[in-house]
Ligand binder design. Structure first.
Ligand SMILES: [Zn+2]
Ligand SMILES: [Zn+2]
Length: 291
């Protein structure tokens, strides 16, 4: 096996310093009604999905620990009930940072089994941050008159991504399998897989109702058409990069050439054109037997 391609160290440090420098006291939590009793909260970190009703509150992802009080205050504006469940879409800290705080306040954390495994690898993670109910393929939760399903379609952004669907409200929380209008991020060091992500997108496009609303991990509220647009951009841009690789171009040459202008806005987020080219390159070089 070739050495596993991981996120370059500078990227990790960049992400860590961004977290370290974030002044959470200035973050405002904004709530948007998505459909029926389902809301989206935006603050810092991943978008939070919220289901409110007579049974109380369930949230999907919980951003960063220092925001727990602000998130609690925002939830109180939506519903007087207790926060009973937190479902994690995956293990990254911008989606699970609040786990320990909410678990301490009696919420039950639910996630794919690899989310628990991945959080447990962090020696600094408190035990309360670990999901206490885990699943491997999927689970259904009946709450507030909703059937809320968590489905693992296979490794994509990480090795433990779930898509959370609110069946009655017709809303899907995509986690970081979707960042609206931006190239996706594949965390190869945690079992991510671009081909898996593309396969998952195709499954969702083929099976979800046409008018479903999508809460992305990051970015604006989206539709199935937005996901179809992302699929087209990912496939077309990847084909161009792979063509260059087939012609024998090195990673440095590919980066120097960059991407066609029409993909510019897709590379304006965390995954800029160079990181996107690296993603395609790393995907093609992972798990290749050493000769
Ligand atoms: Zn994220
Ligand atoms: Zn993530």
């Amino acid at each position: 096996m070739l050495p596993r391609k991981t996120l370059p160290l500078f990227l990790v440090l960049l992400a860590m310093s961004a977290v370290a420098q974030q002044d959470y006291s200035k973050v405002e939590i904004k709530a948007t009604q998505v459909s029926g009793n389902v809301y989206m909260l935006e603050g810092a970190g991943g978008n939070i999905g919220v289901c409110v009703g007579p049974d109380g509150i369930l949230i999907v992802d919980d951003q960063f620990a220092p925001l727990a009080d602000k998130i609690t205050a925002a939830l109180a504006q939506l519903n007087p009930g207790k926060l009973k469940y937190v479902v994690n879409t995956h293990h990254h800290g911008d989606h699970t940072g609040g786990n320990a705080a909410f678990a301490t306040r009696d919420a039950t954390i639910i996630a794919h089994s690899n989310v628990r495994v991945n959080i447990a690898k962090d020696p600094k993670a408190p035990a309360a941050a670990l999901p206490v109910i885990t699943f491997t393929n999927g689970a259904s939760l009946f709450y507030n008159g909703e059937e809320i399903t968590a489905t693992f379609y296979g490794p994509a952004h990480t090795n433990g991504d779930s898509v959370i669907r609110f069946t009655k409200a017709n809303v899907i929380h995509m986690g970081d399998q979707m960042m609206t209008d931006r190239f996706p991020y594949i965390d190869f060091s945690n079992g991510g897989d671009l081909d898996g992500l593309i396969a998952n997108w195709k499954t969702i496009i083929a099976s979800a109702p046409a008018d479903v609303k999508l809460i992305p991990g990051h970015g604006r509220l989206a539709t199935l058409d937005d996901l179809k647009a992302a699929l087209a951009v990912v496939e077309e841009s990847a084909a161009g990069i792979r063509k260059g690789m087939a012609e024998g171009k090195t990673l440095e040459q590919l980066k120097a050439e960059g991407l066609p202008e029409k993909f510019k806005s897709w590379g304006s987020g965390f995954i800029n054109p160079h990181r996107w080219i690296e993603t395609i390159y790393n995907q093609s070089h992972k798990d290749v037997p050493k000769v």
